[in-house]
Ligand binder design. Structure first.
Ligand code: NDP
Length: 478
């Protein structure tokens, strides 16, 4: 069994009360690592360390060049130790190693490189004033950041928060999800190796409610809370943060609409639509889990789509050829299987080439469920797509907008004017046309409606992780 501690003030430490928990490998359905189980006391210890490092330490006062050098060194180490990091996430939560190694790890290194460079290169505003004054913006680090992450892209989501926070001079307390703790400890070890000073990046393991997560969000010593997870948890965090008026950035759930128009390149649409729902077994906030297909091509699309879904290679996520691994935990498997029952009760028919086995669910297509069905409206977070027909552009937009979520949408069409029209009409944070999951880290990322509050990425991250200060001075002689 491997062992992972908290990392607080530059030391890997056990919990104050010595408590531990086991991280379960969802493919083996057996424990593979012992992890320190933190309590509120451990969270407070980490916040104190981060506070001290921010108030007294050199990090917040280092220039962007020196901080950037250290963060680039950390990116180098993430790449060098990519195999270890990828295996940690794959073993913790079952994502195929081809994805953790081929996508999540490189993107995690890229997060540090991008935000280090962005912080170094982004100019601040100057406001020449006709009144004989001069004004400019100074972007001060905000202070102590609490970063609370989900289990579906463990390292990648953690670095998406930690990298801009550190690049802008903050100190961080990171709480990974208890289903996927390992890579966070490895990241903190690597950060120390790269030269990030003690107390600047702290990791505390443990649960959210009535424990580490709640202690972080209720702490008056925390200046920013960045959270990715379920919309319900986002509400709880907002309530806790309101006590201290702590600013929060919330990236929450989704129920992505994927609209396939009759003029689309069908092969391209099928290929992307498969990736959009079955990547990471559908445990993706951005998943295209509602597939709206124009009536005239529905039969042909479905035939191609179900054949492609059946051809996906399911199995051991540590095998390099595997495309579909198990779901992340027993609890989550039960939730997803529960939705298969609900789909049938709601009049849906399940098109699938297999049956649930272990904690794995085969790629599943639901046809015949109505728009207002729970399976069409609620986030299942599994390899389950609901397919519905539409007749024209207006109906497609109305159906796509008809959920409480507004994270993202996809569309497939060759009609350029329509692509712009529909993009404008969709109430979501991101629209992809003829592609999926393509990101420019300068672009805003976040959700509308119940999918989030605020945006991160590029200057949006600067806005959140700094305290923009207006500096005004008189320059005319009296
Ligand atoms: P959860 O909301 O259950 O948990 C996310 C994190 O919050 C975990 O670390 C959890 O701790 C912690 N937490 C739970 N309750 C509290 C609380 N009261 N106070 C502070 N922290 C708390 O989400 P999941 O981990 O189940 O992740 C899946 C969800 O994340 C999906 O809804 C998905 O859509 C969303 N997501 C959104 C993304 C986006 O960018 N919009 C991207 C990726 C995922 P613990 O579980 O350890 O107790």
């Amino acid at each position: 069994m491997e062992s992972f501690g908290h990392v607080i003030d530059g030391e890997e430490v056990p919990s104050l009360d010595g408590a531990t928990f086991e991280s379960i490998d969802p493919w083996e359905r057996a424990p593979w690592a012992t992890v320190a189980l933190g309590s509120a006391a451990d969270a407070h210890r980490a916040v104190d360390a981060a506070r001290r490092a921010f108030d007294e330490g050199p990090w917040s006062r280092l220039g962007h060049v020196e901080r950037g050098r250290i963060l680039h060194r950390l990116a180098d180490l993430i790449e060098e130790r990519g195999a270890e990091l990828a295996l940690a996430d794959t073993t913790d939560m079952g994502k195929p190693i081809a994805e953790t190694r081929g996508h999540d790890v490189p993107r995690s290194a890229q997060n540090f490189r991008f935000f280090a460079d962005h912080a170094r290169l982004t100019p601040a505003e100057v406001f020449p004033m006709p009144t004989g004054h001069h004004a400019y913006t100074q972007y001060d680090p905000a202070g102590v950041v609490a970063a609370i992450a989900p289990w579906n892209f463990p390292l990648m989501m953690e670095t998406w928060k930690v990298a801009p926070a550190l690049a802008w001079g903050n100190t961080v307390v990171l709480k990974p999800a208890e289903q996927s703790p390992a890579s966070a400890t490895i990241l903190a070890r690597l950060a120390l190796e790269a030269g990030v000073p003690p107390g600047v990046l702290n990791v505390v393991h443990g649960y959210g409610p009535r424990s580490v997560g709640e202690a972080l969000t209720a702490s008056p010593l925390v200046d920013r809370i960045t959270f990715t997870g379920e919309s319900g948890t986002g509400r709880a965090i907002s309530r806790a943060a309101a006590q201290n008026l702590t600013p929060v950035s919330l990236e929450l759930g989704g129920k992505g609409a994927n609209i396939v128009f009759a003029d689309a390149d069908l092969a391209q649409a099928v290929d992307w639509s498969i990736k959009a729902i079955y990547t990471n077994s559908g445990q993706v906030c951005l998943a295209g889990s509602r597939l709206y297909v124009q009536e005239s091509i529905l039969d042909e699309f479905l035939a191609r789509f179900t054949a492609a879904a059946a051809a996906l290679r399911a199995g051991d996520p540590k095998h390099p050829d595997t495309q579909i691994g198990p779901l992340s935990s027993r609890e989550h498997f039960d939730k997803v299987v529960g939705y298969l029952d609900i789909a049938e009760q709601e009049g849906g028919q399940l098109l699938t080439s297999g049956a649930p086995d272990g904690w794995s669910v085969p790629p599943t297509v639901v046809v015949g469920a109505p728009q207002r069905a729970r399976v069409t409206q609620e986030e299942i977070f599994g390899p389950v797509v609901v397919v519905l027909p539409f007749t024209d552009e207006k109906e497609a937009v109305d159906l796509a907008n008809d959920t409480p979520y507004g994270l993202n949408a996809m569309m497939f069409t060759r009609d350029l004017a329509r692509a712009h029209r529909v993009s404008r009409a969709l109430r979501v944070g991101t629209v992809w046309t003829n592609c999926f999951f393509v990101r420019d880290l300068r672009a805003p990322f976040g959700g509308a409606k119940n999918s989030g509050v605020g945006r991160e990425g590029g200057s949006y991250s600067r806005e959140f992780f700094t305290e923009p200060k207006a500096v005004v001075m008189e320059i005319d002689e009296r």
